[in-house]
Design a protein around this ligand. Structure first.
Ligand code: AMP
Ligand code: MG
Length: 480
């Protein structure tokens, strides 16, 4: 009932390990993504049947599925682990979607794989709820991302700091190729595998690019561009990925791994939510330099196949990497020009100055741009915007400056740059806490609202609100 068309399994055997999902006692359906299922050529009603649920729970291997765990390595917080791999994920197989694109269907939390090391391969329900809500909200916000096909409760407990109800998440991705996948083979000096992987990645993600010069260099350039788009989108929305390790950096340029991620409420460039990011390596404002650092690791991994002569390969890779910063600054400035409706060639300084002011004044990031959009379209008075500032006078001063930079003709387009709703931490936390008590109403309500984050919906005004001081969630955690 799933039209599998698997390709990764045809790659050499050391690219993956075969694995079988563990069965669970009493799986129950929490959510199915009907539209996504249909796009993938899967009947959503079948997914909701007992057979479908058993497939999503890992209790039945669907016809055509060839479950595998993919091998990969990765730099985690700067330190290299040559052997990670899918420790709590199983790739059921791939399908070709209605746009002719190959997609991975993967279970997360379906038990041990040959790469699980000391882990149990399972997931608590909380991370399942978080990833479902976050990834679908990101999709609706227009950010490249992996998708959520299904969420299942396993009916079993998983042992974390305390026993917690377990869950299984079905993730759909353009692929699960990571920078770490390339690093895995580079660490083993496996040039043949690197060449095979590069060709596979190019064909899958960048089929229309001319690779005649050097396929590996072309791939590097394409991944740089994809990461520029991705990270500038994250930053413009106030999103902090939280765990930008190279194993969580997708070659396709999709957001992957919704562990300790968060959207900021009050703006501050040094914001960090991840409980394990003690040095603030992955703070909001560090995300561009970290993306560049990660891409440099990709370049290193590809070096031997960029050019047989090492010096030439390094020169070519450096030239490609040097394009990151100007590309990033352009894209980032474009995003903020749209958010602030600025004239073309908006001065970078004004954008910087605006962000510094928001940080000084502890202004809610999303509400600021939301209210500014309303102000630009004459739906509110300046005092309404100024109320968000600790010292409203600083806002009035800023508005004066803004008038000198703004392009009035762009006021309407601000609506599509500035979402009304974002998945706020305290809202996600509330959905998780209710889910642990068996109540999925908050999950469903939020999921529905976040499908249209740019649209004014009268029933949703409460969802725009930042957390009250006692509702603030200042730390987020990995799913492990
Ligand atoms: P992450 O930090 O979530 O990107 O995971 C890093 C590595 O740890 C990956 O190789 C995961 O497969 C592995 N891992 C995380 N949690 C578990 C778990 N509960 N059981 C087995 N492996 C895990
Ligand atoms: Mg990961």
């Amino acid at each position: 009932m799933i039209p599998f068309s698997n390709s990764y399994i045809k790659l050499p055997e050391h690219f993956y390990q075969r694995t079988i999902p563990e069965s669970v006692k009493s799986p129950k359906l929490i959510a199915i993504n009907d539209n996504l299922a249909t796009e993938l050529g899967i009947d959503p009603e079948w997914l909701k049947s007992q057979d479908g649920i058993n497939v999503l729970a890992g209790n039945i291997i669907a016809s055509g599925s060839e479950p595998i765990a993919q091998a990969y390595a990765g730099h985690q917080f700067g330190g290299f682990s040559p052997q990670l791999g899918d420790g709590r994920a199983t790739l059921l197989g791939e399908v070709i979607d209605s746009n002719g694109k190959q997609k991975d269907i993967q279970l997360k939390g379906s038990g041990k794989t040959p790469f699980s090391r000391a882990g149990d391969g399972k997931s608590a329900l909380g991370p399942v709820i978080r990833e479902y809500l976050m990834s679908e909200a990101m999709f609706a916000l227009g950010v490249p991302t992996t998708r959520a096909l299904a969420a299942i409760s396993s009916g079993e407990k998983v042992i974390r700091e305390e026993p917690l109800p377990g869950g299984i998440f079905t993730r759909v991705a353009s692929s699960h190729l990571r920078i770490g996948t390339f690093q895995y083979f580079a660490a083993r000096n496996d040039t043949n595998a690197l060449t095979t992987l590069t060709n596979f990645a190019l064909q899958r993600h960048f089929p229309d690019t001319n690779t005649s010069a050097s396929p590996a260099l072309t791939l590097l350039e394409q991944v740089i561009t994809a990461q520029v788009k991705l990270v500038s989108s994250w930053m413009s929305l106030g999103f902090i990925h939280g765990v930008m390790n190279t194993d969580n950096c997708s070659i396709s340029g999709e957001t992957i791994d919704y562990g300790p991620c968060a959207f900021m409420d009050d703006f501050h460039p040094a914001s960090v939510f991840s409980a394990i990011d003690r040095d603030a390596r992955y703070a909001w404002g560090n995300q561009a330099p970290i993306a560049h650092w990660n891409l440099t690791r990709l370049a290193e991994a590809l070096l031997t196949i960029i050019d047989p002569d090492k010096d030439t390969a390094i020169k070519l890779a450096e030239k490609a990497l040097d394009k990151f910063s100007p590309q990033f600054i352009d894209t980032y400035n474009d995003k903020y020009s749209a958010k602030l409706s600025l004239k073309d060639q908006a001065p970078t300084e004004f954008i910087q100055q605006t962000l510094s002011l928001l940080a000084d004044q502890q202004v809610d990031y999303t509400l600021f741009f939301r209210k500014l959009t309303q102000l630009a379209n004459q739906h509110i008075a300046p005092t309404e915007l100024a109320k968000l500032f600790q010292d409203p006078e600083t806002c009035h001063q800023w508005i004066k400056q803004w008038h000198t930079h703004r392009d009035q003709n762009k006021s309407l387009t601000m609506h599509s740059a500035n979402p009304i709703l974002i998945p706020r931490n305290h809202q996600i936390e509330s959905a998780i806490q209710h889910a642990y008590k068996g109540d999925f109403s908050v999950f469903h309500k939020l999921h529905q609202a976040w499908k249209t984050p740019y649209k004014e919906i009268p029933e949703n005004p409460d969802l725009e609100k930042p957390p009250l001081p006692n509702e603030r969630v200042t730390q987020t955690f990995c799913g492990t």
